[in-house]
Design a protein around this ligand. Sequence first.
Ligand SMILES: [Fe+2]
Length: 227
Amino acid sequence: MASNFSRRNFLIAGTAAITTSTTIAIGQQKPGKTRVDLAKGQSRPFDRDRFVEDCIKAHMETDARSAVREVLARAVSDHGSVLKTLGDPSKAGLDVLLSSPTLTIFAAAWTPQMNLLPHDHEMWALIGIYTGREDNILWKQGENGIEAVTANCLFEGDVTTMEADAIHSVTNPLLRFTGGIHIYGGDFFATPRHQWDPETLEVEPSDGDVIKEMFARENERYNKVCL
Ligand SMILES: [Fe+2]
């Protein structure tokens, strides 16, 4: 692989996500992304209540998304501490830290080699990985439906930002669980959204209940195939 390609991120064309790692475009050098001051507060072990409080405070700032992202990046920079507090994932699911009309925070666990079909959020989103790895394909609306445009690989300690109109599909490529903290600038569970059939790319309605059913099916698959 060419030396200027990061193992963590590659870009096919365009971008809908901002990661803490360097992003390289084919035929186009993307500007380097700034890592936040990870030293700040790094010595304190992760505490879920304090983390939620810090996110709520950050969300009141003028540039709310950037401020919350900084809190998230600081937390997952010490991903071992987050894992110790939230626990090793053992099934697919969401551990909800905060559900409110303006801000949702949960820890999402992906089973080994789990795939999540293309979906949108209808609000900005942040993902910070604290164990394992998550690969994202970013899609965009084209004239004939959605088309893949970008991909990134998130490792432990990485953070990505997704715009409100982002569409992504997710894969855990590892033979072990992946865990990430997901933060949304709205009510993730009550907001009607969309998902796309992974084979036909036909659009379908989605919401919190649909996602929960998806996790239940995934756990059935994992228990049947992997255990
Ligand atoms: Fe998502």
